[in-house]
Design a protein around this ligand. Structure first.
Ligand code: ADP
Ligand code: MG
Length: 700
């Protein structure tokens, strides 16, 4: 039994070495198993027949029965085409072939009954079908294709070599025929029974050749459940394993510094959400188990402050802390705001970045080794590689990009002693279902409340024709002393083109506001140049900043209250939201202006209207996920777990995911290392790793 699905795809009848190569190259299908797990993206109901009189060009596809009464070849050479008039008792349509004209002409038979299947279109007021599928009664006998025809994604170069969806379908039918009785079960029998799942073999057969809607639903449910369940099992096993293997420092007391800061230094009241989160953290760090917590909250929701108070907690218990930022600018910003908060308190805060001078660095290193310095802020790489702490008790990671589960797993594994507590902060709100996967090994805290008194950012969408009014508005804001960001998208793959586009924008702006100093940053600048441009803006020397998305994670400039996003239709929703988060940080009313061309897709239009409607990052994240669909979500690729989902959709299958997670959790709580006989299939399942995937076999 073992090994059937591991066979080389070239041995499947009808495939052969050439097509095998193509399948491997284009779809990464190398084995029988790869093929059978290559699922259709849609099905068409071939039980439905239409009358020709009902057909109109807007139908996605049609299926009619009738006969060809006449055929003719039109044109010559490469423009040659074959047209046929096809009749049923209610009317006629035209069938057209541009390719294999000669072959079609020789093989099509006049006045013979055919089933015609294809996409109708309209030309000169007449309905036609280009390159229809033609089936005779005999054809049908030869290859029963099921009542629902499955469709598969194929690439351009496959189509060029006549490897179409239909060919894949044929391979699948051959394969499921051969596979009968050879596909072993991968889930434990009690689970299958309890959830009334169909067997794996049945699911894999039905998914390619469904006989009814109900069968298809059951098959899809089984496959989706298994996909999500195995991921959750892996993630939770990792979490269990970590909690089991690593003890944690205990921060028992809430001490002097924490209390002093809270009572005498904190210039405002904590929000309810901040208090709630601090309680969650407190509970974590007080139990001898390493904390691994994700702190989610929109920009400006007060995460950094929560992180700081956690650092004070560490300090009061005799531990050092560090905060790792993704960029030098962000590290500096954190350093500044934390130093401000700590002014007057007896706390040593240090900053370590690429541009820290050797002399200063030496002093820093000593202060960290001796324990004199309690808080270090710096860039990821520096802290991870260079620094020796006396007793590091807490690491705060401020995330730019999502760190995958596997990356995090590696992070502290080399540490043989007790690892520090880890608090990951992310300003990218993500939907719950995605959090359960990408961050599924972490406990999650959410700050879902902004500090009081914030004026919500006003967002507007304008087309190009309002450019003049927009410029007038910018002029007014400049006169009020405000500063402005103008962001340009990455328009092409070519950096050169982007730069040209940006520079043109820069010129236009400089011309439109001749008395204002305009700055510019983009990814091509050297770090020092970028830094300088940012600093000039921060200090108000330049009043307008023309930029690419490099400012997305950039500096905090409270006086910048207007964000103009050019060609906004080209940005993703979460990116737009991130960009907007650059403003609204000061006391003034802030604005976000989305400029777009007239011609935008309905999806772009939905993105822009969502931005105009709401400032709520979580709502935006949900819409984003629904719009973008599965597989295309930031984070799933970066997760390093190779879970490009084949069938489940995190946007739509939230319920299945929750169930999968809860069942996985139940199983692991009884049998954390899957050592029981009844779970042996599961152990095997999670240990069979693919290339590029984290090696899960190392976890037990
Ligand atoms: P985040 O890290 O989530 O982007 P910060 O912690 O940087 O947010 O906070 C943003 C701003 O709001 C800072 O200037 C901070 O001092 C301020 N702030 C944080 N918490 C509160 C609060 N509870 N009330 C008023 N202002 C707050
Ligand atoms: Mg912040």
């Amino acid at each position: 039994m073992a090994g059937f699905l591991d066979q080389d795809i070239k041995f499947l009848p009808g495939v052969g070495p050439k097509r095998a190569e193509l399948l491997a190259k284009e779809l990464k299908i190398k084995t029988f198993g790869d093929l059978i797990y290559y699922f259709p993206y849609k099905y068409i109901d071939r039980t439905r027949f239409y009358n020709i009189s009902e057909i109109h060009a807007q139908m996605p596809y049609i299926q009619v029965k009738g006969k060809i009464r006449s055929m003719e070849t039109v044109g010559a050479g490469r423009k040659q085409r074959l047209t046929a008039r096809f009749y049923d008792s209610t009317g006629s349509i035209e069938l057209i072939w541009f390719q294999s004209v000669k072959w079609q002409k020789e093989n099509l038979v006049l006045n013979k009954e055919y089933t015609v299947f294809g996409k109708p279109s309209e030309f000169n007021g007449r309905i036609n079908v280009v390159h229809p599928e033609m089936e005779t009664e005999e054809d049908k006998q030869l290859k029963p294709s099921g009542l629902f025809q499955a469709y598969y994604v194929t690439s351009e170069s496959m189509k060029k070599k006549y490897l179409h969806s239909k060919t894949i379908n044929k391979f699948q039918l051959t394969l499921i025929h051969l596979a009968k009785g050879k596909i072993g079960e991968t889930l434990p029998a009690p689970l299958i029974k309890r959830l009334k799942l169909v067997s794996l073999e049945e699911a894999l057969t039905t998914i390619h050749k469904p006989e009814s809607i109900t069968d298809l639903k059951n098959a899809r449910f089984r496959l989706k459940f298994e996909e999500l369940f195995i991921i959750q099992l892996k993630i939770l096993a990792l979490k269990h394993n970590r909690e089991n293997k690593f003890k944690g420092f205990r921060f028992e007391k809430v001490g002097f510094n924490f209390n002093r800061f809270y009572k005498d230094f904190l210039p405002f009241e904590l929000t309810g959400a901040q208090k709630k989160v601090l309680k969650e953290i407190r509970r974590d760090v007080n139990r001898n188990i390493q904390m691994n917590r994700l702190l989610q909250g929109d920009v400006g929701s007060g995460k950094t402050l929560v992180a700081l108070m956690t650092m004070l907690l560490a300090m009061d218990n005799g531990f050092q802390s560090c905060l790792m930022a993704p960029t030098e600018i962000l590290a500096q910003q954190h350093f500044q705001s934390i130093s401000n908060f700590m002014e007057g308190m007896n706390v040593e805060v240090g900053l370590l970045t690429g541009s820290t001078k050797a002399k200063v660095r030496k002093v820093l290193h000593e202060a960290l080794e001796s324990g004199k310095m309690q808080i270090l802020i710096g860039t990821h790489a520096l802290i991870e590689d260079v620094v020796n702490f006396k007793n590091l008790g807490l690491v705060v990671i401020d995330e730019q990009h999502r760190f995958g589960v596997a990356q995090r797993a590696r992070l502290w594994q080399k540490n043989e002693l007790i690892p520090p507590h880890v608090l990951v902060m992310t300003a990218t709100p993500i939907p719950r279902t995605l959090a359960m996967t990408v961050y599924g090994d972490l406990d999650v805290s959410v700050i879902d409340e902004l500090p009081p008194g914030r004026k919500p950012i006003e967002t507007h969408h304008f087309f190009e024709n309002r450019r003049k009014q927009v410029n007038n508005f910018l002029q007014q804001q400049l006169e009020k002393g405000r500063q402005i960001y103008i962001v340009y998208p990455l328009i092409t793959e070519s950096e050169k083109m982007d730069l040209k586009n940006l520079e043109e924008g820069f010129r236009h702006i400089s011309e439109a506001f001749p008395h204002i100093k305009v700055g510019m940053v983009h990814g091509r600048l050297k770090p020092a140049e970028k830094e300088k441009a940012m600093q000039q803006f921060k200090q108000g020397e330049t009043r307008i900043m023309v930029a690419t998305t490099v400012i997305e994670v950039g500096v905090d400039v409270p006086n910048a209250s207007v964000m103009v996003i050019e060609s906004a239709e080209r940005f993703g929703l979460s990116q737009l939201h991130q960009l907007r988060g650059r403003v609204g940080r000061g006391a003034e009313q802030s604005y976000c202006i989305l400029m777009s061309s007239y011609k935008i897709s309905s999806e772009s239009s939905k993105r822009l209207s969502t931005m105009v409607r709401t400032n709520d990052g979580f709502e935006i994240a949900e819409v984003d996920m629904k719009l973008r669909g599965p597989g295309d979500l930031e984070g799933t690729q970066q997760s390093g777990m190779g879970f490009d989902l084949k069938i489940a959709n995190l946007g739509k299958d939230g319920e299945i995911l929750k169930m999968a997670r809860s069942i996985a959790s139940d199983i692991l709580s009884v049998d954390p290392f899957l050592q029981k006989e009844e779970n042996s299939l599961l152990l095997k399942n999670i240990q069979s790793t693919k290339q590029n995937e984290f090696d899960w076999s190392s976890i037990s």
